[in-house]
Design a protein around this ligand. Sequence first.
Ligand SMILES: [Zn+2]
Length: 291
Amino acid sequence: MTSYATQIKSRGYDELPIITRPNKELIRIASLIEPFLQDEVKVKTMRKKEVLAESHDFLLKYFRLRDIPYERKINILTFSFEVSRYVHPFDLPVKLVGDSDAFYGCSREVLLFGTGSEVCSNLRYRWIELSKDLTELAPLAYTHEIIHTQLNHIPGSIEDYNNVEFLSIFLELIEAYESPNYNLIHAHDFYRLRELKEIIRELENNYDSSNPKIQDVLLEGTSYLHSTLKAYHLFDIYVNGDIDVRRTIMVGIQRVLSHFMSVEELLAYFNITYENSINEDIFKKHVRRSL
Ligand SMILES: [Zn+2]
């Protein structure tokens, strides 16, 4: 087992994931995305305060968020120790980091020794990172990370490691779609679909590699692949759905965020699987929007 696989296992997902070999339909989606990536999209810069406020407004319009376990390192002279307490996710520190693309985001977590309990694992959050190039994409990246903080420490809220990114990516899409800024969903798709295309190519070219480092990259890539396809699938249902369908989706997500339901139960409710999410027609709509 590679180091990354061990890490996945220690986070309590049901089964150890395996690397997906892309099929012909999936490779066609990658080819469909390629021309869409010819022109880099332009995005406007934003101030940190505006970035955070935009994401707060979006999330609080739809959801009640839960407090999360936060761990902070305290240094006094030569001593350093950690303190933990529960905080609102918006109170997690946000650090801006360089050398990252405009859509970068990461929630820094620490996994403590011990097994944790059934209701709460031994995972704590430390801070959220965003790119120091703050643009219109940053509120989406921040929303993405806030959603991670609602689920990653709750064992069973996500059973399958391949669904770890699903809800975060879906809500980025909704936030971009509902923005009065028409350019935003296009800018979002540019980054998200570019990543999807790169993952498919990576899996296509290196599926048979026995190099453990490459296998780790492909394991993580597989999770992004499954999650991205399913997120665009649910987004398609949302966009084409009437007000009742849209409400049902958002209520379902609240149930997941409140830990009454798993991400897998939400996906099953809408009959979303990896296989039926490999749908060229869904992606055609997104690449066409740019023309
Ligand atoms: Zn993520």
